[in-house]
Design a protein around this ligand. Sequence first.
Ligand SMILES: CC(=O)SCCNC(=O)CCNC(=O)[C@H](O)C(C)(C)COP(=O)(O)OP(=O)(O)OC[C@H]1O[C@@H](n2cnc3c(N)ncnc32)[C@H](O)[C@@H]1OP(=O)(O)O
Ligand SMILES: O=C([O-])CC(=O)C(=O)O
Length: 379
Amino acid sequence: MEAVDIKKGLAGVVVDYTAVSKVNPDTNSLLYRGYPVQELAAKCSFEEVAYLLWNGELPTAEQLAEFTARERAGRPLDPVAKQVIDTLPTTAHPMDVCRTAASVLGARHELAEDASPQANMKKAIDLWAAMPSVVAYDQRRRRGQDVVEPRDDLGYSANFLWMTFGEEPVDEVVEAFNVSMILYAEHSFNASTFTARVVTSTLSDLHSAVTAAISALKGPLHGGANEAVMHTFDEIGIRSEESLEEAAARARAWMEGALAQKKKVMGFGHRVYKHGDSRVPTMKAALDKMIAHYGRPELLGLYNGLEQAMDEAKGIKPNLDYPAGPTYHLMGFDTPMFTPLFVASRITGWTAHIMEQLASNALIRPLSEYNGMDERHLP
Ligand SMILES: CC(=O)SCCNC(=O)CCNC(=O)[C@H](O)C(C)(C)COP(=O)(O)OP(=O)(O)OC[C@H]1O[C@@H](n2cnc3c(N)ncnc32)[C@H](O)[C@@H]1OP(=O)(O)O
Ligand SMILES: O=C([O-])CC(=O)C(=O)O
């Protein structure tokens, strides 16, 4: 039998072109439509970046005004989506709620079966505008709290925090949240985006593709890692009375133990980046600001201890989920809500890819090499 070169996990396989983003592991860079993500995070609102991902160019002032008006109009929680969410047990993972909401919003969309570029752009903007109220309400209902209506006078990030906590957020927190949304927005052919493209390649609809992408994002080897990072911090123990050095020493010892047991530690490693994730320095700077803002140096101790011990033992660097997890924790999000926050952001990248896939579609259907029973027959 001829040896077949199996590309397990499609590692290293280039399957198509994309003009949405460029991940370069050699130079540790990430470009959205040609712009370095660090520059976008420093100078743009998430709304501008969403527009860029969908349209290929940053908006003019007039385009941005029209675009943000559309986003604000789409914010209120859909009443049927709310009814459905209310039937779901609070034991259901928030990612299941997100996935269900995306599906319900698809079934209710007036352009559900219209796959024209105009309809898909409208569906993408509508879903992006609607998801924060789903995520915010889900955290609130789990705490026995009511819906907080969106505010038209706040930008996307400030309004998201407002709808979640019912308090007007301070600028520093809004900025850190905005940075996280921009960094999470897009990352070429990652597992969830590829899932969206596979579904789209069958000429299924946009909401179906996003619903499948949410399912792929849930796993801890992908988006679920931001939540898993916080579980690691909790397992080590967050002790507010501890100094940075004491916390770092306990974290180092925990990591040494975990690696001795050959555990995979979530928030570290990446399929593409082998010398560090291009987004981590920017997200870590936002985390540092939040640690200073909330006065929680022990979290920095845990962060540093784990990172250093992993680097020394295996040379494996943190990925974006590592600084994002504790940042969301400091902001007041419950740990299971972290991956839904990733969803709210990544809807932009997923839908940009869905539209790109459709513009030059080919059914995605790879081959497999059979290694089961030889042909046999019933008696
Ligand atoms: C936004 C995102 O989705 S970023 C990714 C988020 N995911 C995580 O943080 C989950 C933890 N990380 C991992 O599981 C992996 O690094 C992945 C899945 C992200 C990438 O993995 P791959 O490219 O398939 O590499 P693979 O899993 O084969 O790892 C290569 C080696 O590094 C080790 N390794 C990789 N990541 C880790 C980790 N987080 N902890 C411990 N060891 C690790 C593996 O055990 C393996 O070691 P071995 O060669 O001795 O068996
Ligand atoms: O690219 C990947 O494989 C995972 C990732 O970092 C992302 O989706 O942001």
